[in-house]
Write a protein that binds this ligand. Structure first.
Ligand code: GLA
Length: 385
């Protein structure tokens, strides 16, 4: 058992005095393909070695007692009368439970303790890790027989209905389906996926946390989503088969550029291009061509920053600083945007000078101490036997 697993187990035993089931649930990176998931497109995420550990056991109280070890906060929720909590983290628990109940899964009272090392607000999907951990735990505890695709949907619905973020399925899906040393190409329409070996003998995934999290993130995310929907609504007039941006060709898009208007046009154009980049990047992986892969990461950043406009000054600075460093294969902002991390693919022998340079130069440019994480690709949420 890891130190974290031991700590959570001990905290559970001292608080609730029963033997918990323990779940290890990862954060994620997205190698390429951002803002494509809610457009029925393609993404290429991987689960990482930053995790939440959650302990869970049943109680006979008909209530949920939950403790966040990192926040040192407790809540008690009534299973039959779930209310929005003033503690943000508790709403993920409430949401998962409410969505399972809506699906007619029978739950009884339970206790839960969780904590971990996924930095919050860094865009590494700590919330999907909590949703996944809890669903896996409840599934085991109450023998619910939920398949993992369904579990991912429960997490997504939790975000939509109980947190207010109209997210796609990527974060929840990779949390539950990730495999060590593999990137997962997900078709967000059918939820079919392919695993691609991601060889890391010669390179590392280096995450540079800008340490900013602009509060635009949630509202602008939902705005982007509706801009894409607006594009679909217009283009559907010309081809009724179109359900989502996934079904739109570049030719059709260009033809109706005027009617779409400049903003909706560039949002849609980005999504079409980003989907194509995911396909091409997967071909690069099949050929083990990380240098071509890296170029696509740069292109993705350009698109996210200029056309989709979800980057911010700090992320652009991190990319600009990284770009000319020796050993850098590719980099880009990652995830929803407006803060969080950049993802950098760096050759092994340059990792140390790279991280030293970025820390120093970012501090000089912005006054902010970046946090840097060197991550490994790991497996999805699992029960610790
Ligand atoms: C957030 C959302 C995901 C996805 C990314 C952008 O992480 O939760 O569903 O849309 O942003 O790719």
């Amino acid at each position: 058992m890891t130190e974290l697993e031991i700590k959570i187990k001990e905290q559970f035993l001292s608080k609730y005095d029963s033997e918990p089931i323990l779940i290890n649930s990862p954060g994620r990176v997205n190698l390429i393909g951002d803002h494509t998931d809610y457009n029925d497109g393609f993404v290429l995420p991987a689960a990482i070695d930053k995790v939440i550990v959650l302990g869970i056991a049943s109680n006979k109280l008909g209530k949920i007692r939950a403790f966040s070890a990192d926040m040192n906060e407790s809540v008690v929720l009534d299973l039959n009368d779930l209310h929005k909590s003033d503690k943000h983290w508790a709403n993920y628990i409430k949401g998962v439970v409410a969505e399972l109940q809506k699906e007619k899964f029978k739950l009884k009272g339970f206790d839960v303790v969780f904590g971990g090392n996924i930095p919050i607000g860094a865009g590494l999907s700590s919330s999907a890790a909590l949703e996944g951990a809890l669903t896996v735990g409840l599934n085991k505890l109450f023998k619910l027989k939920i398949d993992r695709k369904k579990m991912a949907r429960i997490g997504q619905l939790t975000e939509h209905k109980h947190v207010g973020v109209k997210c796609g399925i990527m974060d929840q899906f990779i949390n539950l389906h990730g495999e060590p040393e593999k990137a997962l190409k997900l078709d967000c329409r059918t939820l079919d996926y392919d695993l691609y070996p991601f060889h890391q003998e010669d390179n590392k995934i280096v995450l540079c946390n800008s340490k900013v999290s602009h509060n635009l993130a949630e509202s602008e995310y939902n705005v982007r989503r509706s801009q894409c929907e607006k594009g679909v609504k217009i283009l559907k007039k010309y081809d009724p088969e179109i359900q989502n941006l996934r079904d739109v060709s570049m030719e059709l898009l260009m033809e109706h550029q005027g009617e779409l208007g400049p903003v909706v046009f560039k949002r849609c154009k980005f999504v079409l291009e980003e989907n194509k980049r995911v396909h091409n990047a997967c071909e690069d992986l099949s050929k083990d061509d990380l240098s071509s892969f890296g170029q696509r990461m740069f292109e993705s950043h350009e698109g996210l920053s200029n056309d989709y406009e979800v980057s911010c000054e700090e992320l652009d600075i991190l990319v600009e600083l990284a770009k000319d460093q020796p050993g850098l294969l590719g980099c880009r902002m990652m995830g929803g945007g407006f803060g969080g991390c950049t993802i950098n693919l760096v050759e092994n022998d340059q990792v140390k000078p790279f991280t030293e340079y970025i820390s120093k130069a970012y501090k000089e440019r912005t006054g902010i101490e970046a946090e840097i994480y060197i991550t490994r690709i790991n497996g999805g949420a699992r029960i610790i036997e």
